[in-house]
Design a protein. Structure first.
Lengths: 323, 282
């Protein structure tokens, strides 16, 4: 998955070099020098515009989400104020308290813990796939990583609920719902995202750099630690941010094992409620301002995910300038 | 001193590589544990009666057929809506686009769309299609919301597939006097088709396993939808509700296993297409 725009001058050169119509480069069909018929020119131009419209559906999608979710959620910002909504720590919608700070903190706790567990595992797996494994073993491990990405989140949640929760309940003495259980489940769920992108980043490090390191007498591990990981740093940071985005937006797996109490958990085995799970828990019965507030939470989630995407773009651009 | 350093260097190397092996083993182990657990507990459920009959009673005894039908229906409809748009959008980005502000905006939008949490997409579907356009809980509303979720995924895989087609094939086509569209439609897209199909199948697996989007756009009513205007309950939603209410655990295991098998089938099909194509190219 690449998030940075690749400069695509190939298409331009091709169309200019071959005298094919292109919105910018084609001579007007009426001029005597044209090598194509007017009909062909218009057909080509029409098709190009059709494709452009299709590409703009993505832009329209983002705009529509903002528009519709914003339309339903905006009144809550107007009513309680953005500052009170984001900064209030009491979430008690039936009594009119719409502070989501607790939920934001809980989402962060869940995400950071999952990252602390999942990222080293994922980066280790990426290093294994790109540097350590021989092709036969790689062909076994890589499909496993891809399959892990394909398992539906509700299956992860179910697995956590029926297998992991009783085990954790046994050694923690509680019910087994809570931060720790969520961390493990989320760590496994973000693993394939981080591993796949980190592996791409490691693979794109030129072979010559590895050879130079070995030639200086470095061991495999020294090459990985001192040369390859620093060289692939930008890609790995991108991978981790994308993993964070996945963890913070994950809903169904979390709702099944989090216990869903709207307080900051007082220990790693305590139940808690996040930005995503509050929507699932409250939506069936919410009405009026409560329902509006849930759409408000969705706006915040959308903004957070866009901030992550923008961060990745900025980091990638920065990396390109430095490199 | 020097020899000691040498020992340290090789020992460190061994230990570190061992840790990397452990990471890979843990990853495969996680997958193995999940698959094994679901298979062992669910395999006894997978009888024809379970797959092809309707659930009944407060405990949802019996089968899960309507949820299978609803899942397949909404997945296929979403794919039919999103695939043409996504493929043509990818054609634009890979073949026509000139680097500039507009392309940057499109790519940023596609990346943003790809990272929208599915619960947000669900509420969007609820606000836009179910309530805003008055579709009500329906297969159509769910398919439209899923289409937006899948659009950036198929766009990305298709664009990569198109970019993987060697340049000289295009030059040959232009050399014969073909126009841009002739080259794209008769030369580039056919060579990229296997990889495009692979991406589409993997996206279908994503759609079939999606919960948060469909629960707010199709509802939770058990129904075997015939028309796209009808509501329904998909397999992931069924599994969620069974697990949350703690009723009929065997049926939950059976549903989970069927879901996992569906994803496995999608994955293996995609893998098969890729490997067959690679062999053909030599």
């Amino acid at each position: 998955m690449t998030l940075d725009p690749k400069p695509d001058d190939r298409a331009v050169r091709l169309s200019e070099g071959s005298g094919r119509p292109n919105a910018d480069a084609a001579p007007s069909a009426g001029s005597g020098l044209s090598t194509i018929s007017r009909a062909t020119y218009f057909k080509e131009a029409a098709l190009q515009n059709l494709f452009l419209v299709c590409a703009c559906v993505a832009v329209a999608g983002v705009a529509l989400i903002f528009l519709f979710v914003g339309w339903r959620g905006w009144p809550i910002f107007a009513k309680v104020g953005l500052f009170n909504f984001l900064g209030g720590y009491v979430w008690h919608p039936t009594k009119g308290d719409f502070g989501i700070l607790t939920l934001i903190v809980n989402s962060m706790l869940a995400t950071l813990g999952a990252l602390a567990l999942g990222a080293p595992l994922a980066i280790g797996t990426a290093v294994f796939l790109s540097e350590v494994a021989n092709p036969r073993i790689r062909d076994l491990v890589r499909p496993a990583v891809e399959l892990l990405a394909g398992i539906p989140s509700v299956v992860y949640g179910f697995f956590g609920l029926v297998l992991l929760r009783p085990i954790i309940a046994k050694f923690s003495g509680g019910l087994g719902f809570g931060l720790f259980t969520v961390w493990i489940i989320l760590a496994v769920m973000i693993l394939p995202t981080i591993a796949a992108i980190s592996e791409d980043a490691l693979r794109s490090v030129p072979e010559g750099i590895r050879e130079a390191s070995y030639a200086m007498g470095a061991t495999k591990w020294q090459t990985i630690w001192r040369v390859l990981l620093p060289a692939a740093k930008i890609g790995i940071i991108d991978a981790i941010i994308l993993g964070m985005g996945r963890a913070i937006g994950e809903t169904m797996a979390v709702v099944m094992v989090a216990g869903n109490a709207p307080v900051i958990p007082n220990g790693i085995f305590a139940p808690f409620l996040t930005l995503t799970t509050v929507i699932v828990m409250d939506m069936p019965y919410a009405a009026g301002d409560h329902r509006t507030a849930l759409f408000g939470v969705a706006i915040i989630l959308f903004v957070i995910s866009m901030i992550f995407v923008a961060t990745i773009r900025i980091i990638s651009r920065f990396g390109k300038e430095v490199g | 001193m020097q020899s000691r350093e040498r020992v340290n260097k090789t020992t460190t190397n061994r230990i570190a590589l061992g840790v990397i092996w452990l990471a890979a083993i843990a990853t495969v182990g996680a997958l193995g544990t999940i698959l094994l657990y679901v298979i062992v507990n669910g395999i006894g459920q997978l009888t024809p009666a379970f797959i092809f009959s309707w659930p009944h009673g407060v405990n949802m005894e019996g089968g899960i057929w309507p949820t299978i039908q609803a899942t397949l229906y909404v997945t296929i409809l979403a794919m039919l809506i999103t695939t043409p748009v996504a493929v043509l959008a990818a054609v634009y980005l890979a073949e026509y686009a000139v680097q500039g502000r507009l392309v940057q905006i499109i790519r940023f939008a596609a990346d943003s769309l790809a990272s929208v949490p599915s619960i947000v997409m669900g509420l969007f579907g609820l606000a836009a299609f179910v309530e805003g356009m008055g579709m009500g809980f329906s297969v159509m509303a769910a398919a439209l919301a899923l289409a937006f979720l899948l659009l950036p995924i198929i766009m990305r895989t298709t664009e990569e597939a198109i970019r993987a087609v060697p340049k000289y094939i295009r030059w040959g086509s232009y050399g014969l006097g073909a126009s841009k569209w002739q080259t794209v439609s008769r030369i580039v897209l056919p060579s990229a088709t296997p990889r495009i199909i692979t991406g589409v199948i993997l996206a279908a697996g994503r759609a079939a396993g999606e919960t948060a989007v469909v629960i707010y756009t199709m509802g939770t009513m058990i129904n075997a939808p015939i028309l796209p205007t009808q509501p329904g309950r998909t397999m992931p939603v069924h599994l969620l509700l069974l697990a949350q209410e703690g009723i009929n655990l065997p049926a939950a295991f059976g549903t989970a296993l069927l879901l996992v098998l569906m994803v496995l089938a999608f994955n293996l099909t995609a893998r098969y297409i890729v490997s067959r194509n690679r062999r053909m190219l030599g």
